[in-house]
Each structure stands twice: as structure tokens, then as C-alpha cells.
Design a protein around this ligand. Structure first.
Ligand code: SF4
Length: 338
């Protein structure tokens, strides 16, 4: 469902990601569909292993063998008015995708230690992005890199520019990742848990910087997080994922005031201060997410759902339904054709 008349920057259309292992096939993403519009933030939320990061890696061309995008389309519009290109037509190491990735489309990774090169100075890594994706000369690139480092809260940037990633703390490396992703002023930013491990002041600083750059250039953001407080403050729309599929999609006010899917309701009940917390007791979602090789028939959430209907939920997979133009939900409770 497209939510407005503007052209989306990104259209994920029924994207499937699979890993062929000796033990069987892991279906990491099972048909994810969503749009991201210029200037908006779409949050992807859900428990670990629900496919949030994998669907973003698919768009960035970062799925490594034995993984593959087995089905779907990922349409990216490089600038307003341009025809969208299907990113899946490019090999993950192709020149076309390398040009888009890191420049027009960037990512703040969850694990800065693995994303930053340990053998290159951080200044050189920032300079590489600026060299590839801007027309700045060497002096301007140095100034721009130092400015970005300062903006993400790295003091004494001209000196630290020449240091290696191991000379920084975990929180500082996270901020350097943010500087690297944002310095090319991408049209689309995937922010994968961008504030994990940061104290609240720096967390607010990074989120503010993302918002500031978004306002200046109409950047779209896909925010991947399990932190619903950050979602409430930052996102425009929210997609809730469970076991590789989107189970609910709505604008942030609607989702927080009137969640529909039993999984979303349970998630809300596990947040301190939420109006869904009854008697000051946080709700625990019983059971756990099924193993990666486990195939759950019917609704993927049925073994953990309080509203489970025998003979329906465990037999037939619910389709995504548009309820009122505001919420899309994948649950048999809202089916008129049962
Ligand atoms: Fe629960 Fe059934 Fe809805 Fe699944 S389809 S969330 S099991 S009520």
C-alpha cells in the first residue's frame, strides 16, 4: 500500500532471502514489502532474528553466499523524477551497485568493529567515501571529514582523523560509522541499531544529526531497532516484523495508540511506561522465536499467540490486509472471509 502520492525512494516488493545450508534452508525474509518516501523515517521493529537487518542487507546488495535473494524486486529511485532501477539486476560487487552503495544509499552498521577496516586510518576511510561520491578536492574533503567527525561528537577531529579504529572506544566507533554513512549525504540511509551502546546524550546527538541531514536533503531513513522509545520519537511509519515477514504496518501514532496484531500488542506491553502495561507489570511474550530451520504452518506467531484459533491460525497463512487505509495487518482476527 503506497501511503501518499510522492514517488518512493525505495520499493521492496515481496522480497525473500534464503540461506541454503547442509541442514536445510533458512528463510530469513519471507516476502517483505514496504515503501520509503523522501524525508520520512520508516522503522523496522521486532525481536532479534526476525529479518529486519536481512531485508536491508538485501537492498544494499550485502547478502553473502550461501545466502541469496530468491524472489522479489527492490526498486531504488536515485533522484526525484528518475525511473526506478531494480537493484537485484546488479551483482553485489558490480560497479553500478558500488556506486549506489555508500553514496546514494548508505548504512550505519550494528557492528562498527567489523564494518571499519582495522588497517586503515579512519580519515582514509572517510576520504574514500567522499572521493567516490562527491566532487570535493583533497583539502575540502579533509575539512568535510573533520566537520562530520565533530558533528557526531568526536573531539579533536583533525588529530583523530589520522588514528585507527582500535584507538577509539566502542561508542566512538559507532559514531564514526554514522559519520561515514552520512558524509556522502545519501538519499536513503539504513540505520541498523545506530544508537546501541551509546549513552543517551550521544544517542540524541546521532538521531538529531540524522534528522538534520534528512530535513536538508529529503533523505529517507530505514531505522532498524528494537528500541520502541526511539521509534516513537523518530519514526513516521512503523513495520513490525516477525519471523521474516511484516505482520503490521502503520503510521507511528496509529501503531502506538491502536496496535492491531497480537504480536505488536504484546511488544507494546513489554515497554516501560506504555499504556498497554497493566498493573505496572511488564508483559512477557511466552515461548521463544522458532529456530531458523523450523517451519511453522499457518500463522508464524500462532505457537505464542493468546488469541490463537485452532483449525485456522495453525493451518492457513494469513495475508496482509488493509484495515482502514491506516493499518495493514497479517492476522486472521481481521478477516471477513473466515
Ligand atoms: Fe494470533 Fe491467529 Fe492472528 Fe496469528 S492469525 S496473530 S495466531 S490470532
Amino acid at each position: 500500500m503506497k501511503t501518499n502520492d510522492r514517488e518512493p525512494i525505495l520499493e521492496m516488493d515481496d522480497v525473500h532471502v534464503e540461506y541454503e545450508l547442509d541442514e536445510g534452508t533458512v528463510r530469513a525474509v519471507r516476502g517483505a514489502s514496504y515503501y520509503v518516501y523522501p524525508g520520512e523515517t520508516l522503522a523496522l521493529v521486532g525481536e532479534s532474528g526476525c529479518g529486519k537487518s536481512q531485508s536491508s542487507f538485501a537492498a544494499m546488495g550485502l547478502i553473502q553466499p550461501p545466502g541469496r535473494v530468491s524472489k522479489g524486486r527492490i526498486l531504488f529511485r536515485e533522484r526525484a523524477g528518475a525511473e526506478p532501477v531494480d537493484l537485484l539486476q546488479f551483482h553485489r560487487n558490480s560497479r553500478e551497485l558500488r556506486y549506489i552503495r555508500g553514496g546514494r544509499m548508505a548504512m550505519i552498521f550494528q557492528e562498527p568493529m567489523t564494518a571499519l577496516s582495522p588497517v586503515h586510518r579512519i580519515g582514509r576511510q572517510l576520504d574514500e567515501v567522499l572521493q567516490l561520491h562527491t566532487h570535493l578536492n583533497r583539502t575540502d574533503r579533509f575539512e568535510r571529514a573533520c566537520e562530520m567527525l565533530t558533528r557526531v561528537g568526536i573531539p579533536d577531529a583533525p588529530r583523530r582523523y589520522f588514528q585507527y579504529s582500535f584507538e577509539f572506544s566502542g561508542g566512538m566507533r559507532q559514531r564514526i560509522m554514522a559519520a561515514m554513512a552520512l558524509c556522502g549525504e545519501p538519499r536513503l540511509l539504513f540505520a541498523d541499531e545506530p544508537t546501541t551502546g551509546l549513552d543517551v546524550t550521544i544517542q540524541a546527538q546521532i538521531l538529531d544529526l540524522m534528522k538534520e541531514i534528512q530535513r536538508g536533503g529529503d533523505m529517507g531513513i530505514v531505522l532498524i531497532t528494537h528500541n520502541l522509545a526511539v521509534v516513537a520519537e523518530t519514526a513516521d511509519r512503523v513495520a513490525v516484523m516477525y519471523l521474516g515477514e511484516i505482520v503490521e504496518l502503520a503510521d507511528v501514532q496509529t501503531l502506538f495508540s491502536d496496535p492491531k496484531h497480537p504480536y505488536t500488542i504484546a511488544l507494546m506491553g513489554s515497554v516501560v511506561g506504555s499504556s498497554f502495561v497493566r498493573d505496572h507489570r511488564l508483559k512477557v511474550i511466552r515461548g521463544s522465536v522458532p529456530g531458523p530451520l523450523e517451519e511453522v504452518p499457518g500463522c508464524a506467531f500462532h505457537p505464542r499467540c493468546d488469541r490463537f484459533m485452532r483449525g485456522v491460525c495453525d493451518c492457513r497463512r494469513p495475508e496482509m490486509r488493509d484495515l482502514d487505509g491506516k493499518t495493514q495487518v497479517r492476522c486472521w482476527l481481521y478477516a471477513r472471509d473466515l
